[in-house]
Design a protein around this ligand. Structure first.
Ligand code: HEM
Length: 533
């Protein structure tokens, strides 16, 4: 008997749904009884729908990934894991099916998984409803509403704006390094990269979004604690099947904690947006304010931040975003921007720790731009002078992409090569992980080789072979922001510290982003002469 299960859960702010790739192994140990009950129920439903209801049965067949060759994989719940073994199972799938396969997830949902650039190309440009973990913001909008908001938000991520954030990235990096020095002096040289990168990226985002200096790298703040709590609760909910049911979740202790943390985040953003709107109104028209962008009168800040830009944005009809919309977008930047960048940075340092030759070559390149081990800030212009370091960053984003998959529903049948059709309404999982580790696209995919990104070696490679930030119209709006921050942090860190492998083997763990079980511990050594008191 085919054992199938739909992993389906509705998530916060506005109860949108999300389908996960699977659930965590420990769920089986902790909640075997509920699991058995659940799977029995599904098996019964499956039988009922396939045998007693012929029209559902037909639909069910149609809902497979039709075409030749129909690479259909009957998904068993035991194959859905988020840990090292689960990811290795995906490697096996990719090696076996090369382009795509279809999974049956219970009688109601079918999932098509795609892991070849040729198969995902048309899907990434088509209009679809993304399925994801955030509230009513860009990520969950569709159609006209999404394109209007995307147009309004895009100028906030223009290079001219990003340039101004480089000093913020330098500043946050310096704060993190000062903390590292203190910990090294106390004899602690194994550091959990996720912990440090996460508070550093939150610090930068708070400064760039709200001009808010929370000192979160040094002392706890209620807002930061709430953001971290929400990320943690989301993962816990994802792994505990009964909590996928809204009714139960909102009445549970976890649901109450979630609501409380959400309120803290919303209140914080609300207050800033309202204050800024008031200041803007007091200062006159948006035009006047734009001309006075650098003017700090009345503001406790030096630069234009993302909130300002959202308040000032206007569409072709002169309409701007409402306070509610700005709040949702600002919260979204915090969620979409901090964990992803922290994951990217942690894995970059892991890969460089495991490949000292590449680390040395990056350091030599960085020193040729910055000079020997001093405390210079990196400028925007310097960032384009680091080609090898950029290759190392990209190779790490390929091998350890923070986001492993994109989930989509299409409102029409979608054609893929090989005469296959993905039926309208099926769940589509565009596997970034699978594309990045597809041996047909990347020879020896598990090897960390930055030279793959040397322009000479990139000829003929599909632009969809490397998609850590997705691709097409719905790609990551913050990718240049993230790349600038990553480059500043990597360059400053390698010019001051040597990163070495940690005390224990690293096992991957996929939660909202790619993490490591029990944290990602790496050893850190300060380089001689890198710090002048
Ligand atoms: C290394 C860091 C990052 C990675 C790997 C990453 C990855 C992604 C991916 C894969 C998507 C597409 C999601 C989907 O279509 O389902 C996305 C969308 C998005 N990202 Fe990022 N992201 C990063 C950093 C950031 C930052 C720093 C921000 C904001 C400051 C940000 C804001 C967004 C937003 C708003 C969207 C939705 C775009 C839309 O739907 O039009 N991201 N990101």
């Amino acid at each position: 008997m085919l054992l199938t299960v739909k992993i389906h859960y509705s998530i916060f702010f506005n109860n949108k749904s999300i389908i996960s790739e699977g659930f965590h192994w420990h769920f089986l140990h902790l909640h075997t009884d509920i699991f058995l009950l659940w799977s029995c129920l599904y098996q019964k439903l499956y039988l009922w729908f396939t045998m007693l209801k012929p029209h559902y049965s037909r639909n069910y067949n149609v809902c497979a990934f039709i075409g030749s060759p129909p690479e259909i994989f009957l998904c068993c719940v035991f194959q859905m894991r988020h840990n090292e073994e689960g990811l290795q199972a995906v490697d096996d799938l990719v090696r076996r099916y090369v382009h795509s396969c279809a999974w049956y997830l219970g009688p109601f949902y079918n999932m098509v998984r795609l892991f070849h650039p040729d198969y995902i190309k048309s899907l990434l440009t088509a209009s679809a409803l993304p399925v994801c973990f955030a509230g009513h913001c860009l990520l969950l909008q569709n159609g006209q509403e999404w394109s209007r908001h995307r147009r309004l938000l895009t100028p906030a991520f223009h290079f001219d704006i990003l340039k101004k954030y480089v000093h913020v990235f330098n500043q946050s990096t310096n704060i993190m390094h000062a903390k590292w020095r203190r910990l090294l002096a106390e004899g602690q040289n194994s550091l959990d990269m996720f912990e440090h990168m996460s508070s550093m990226t939150l610090d930068s985002l708070l400064k760039c979004t709200f001009s808010c200096d929370s000192h979160c790298q040094g002392k706890p703040s209620e807002y930061i604690a709430a953001i971290l709590e929400l990320s943690k609760l989301l993962v816990q909910r994802q792994h505990y099947l009964p909590y996928h049911w809204d009714w139960l979740y909102w009445r549970s202790e976890q649901g109450r904690r979630f609501r409380k943390a959400c309120n803290i985040v919303h209140e914080f953003t609300s207050k800033i947006v309202q204050e800024r709107r008031l200041q803007l109104d007091q200062q006159g028209s948006a035009k006047t304010r734009t001309e006075n962008m650098e003017y700090t009168g009345g503001y406790k800040k030096k630069e234009t931040d993302l909130i300002d830009l959202l308040l000032l944005s206007k569409d072709e009809n002169g309409e701007g975003l409402t306070n509610e919309e700005i709040k949702a977008h600002a919260d979204m930047f915090m969620f979409a921007g901090h964990d992803t960048t922290a994951s990217a940075l942690s894995w970059i340092f892991y890969n460089l720790a495991m490949h000292q030759d590449h680390q040395d070559r990056c350091r030599a390149e960085i020193r040729s731009v910055l000079g020997d081990g001093d405390e210079h800030d990196i400028s925007w212009e310097d960032l384009s002078q680091l080609p090898f370091t950029t290759m190392c960053i990209k190779e790490s984003l390929r091998l350890h992409s923070p986001v492993l998959a994109l989930t989509r529903y299409y409102s029409q049948n979608m054609k893929t090569p090989g005469n296959c059709i993905i039926p309208q309404g099926s769940l589509c999982l565009i596997s970034i992980y699978g594309v990045h580790r597809n041996p047909e696209v990347w020879p020896d995919p598990e090897v960390y080789d930055p030279l793959r990104f040397d322009p000479e070696n990139s000829h003929g490679r599909s632009p969809h072979a490397f998609i850590p930030f997705s691709a097409g119209p719905r790609n990551c709006i913050g990718q240049n922001f993230a790349m600038a921050e990553i480059k500043v942090l990597v360059a400053q860190t390698l010019s001051r510290f040597r990163i070495l492998p940690g005390p224990k083997p690293v096992r991957r763990l996929y939660q909202l982003v790619l993490r490591a079980e029990g944290g990602l511990l790496l050893n850190v050594e300060e380089l001689e002469g890198s710090h002048k008191e």
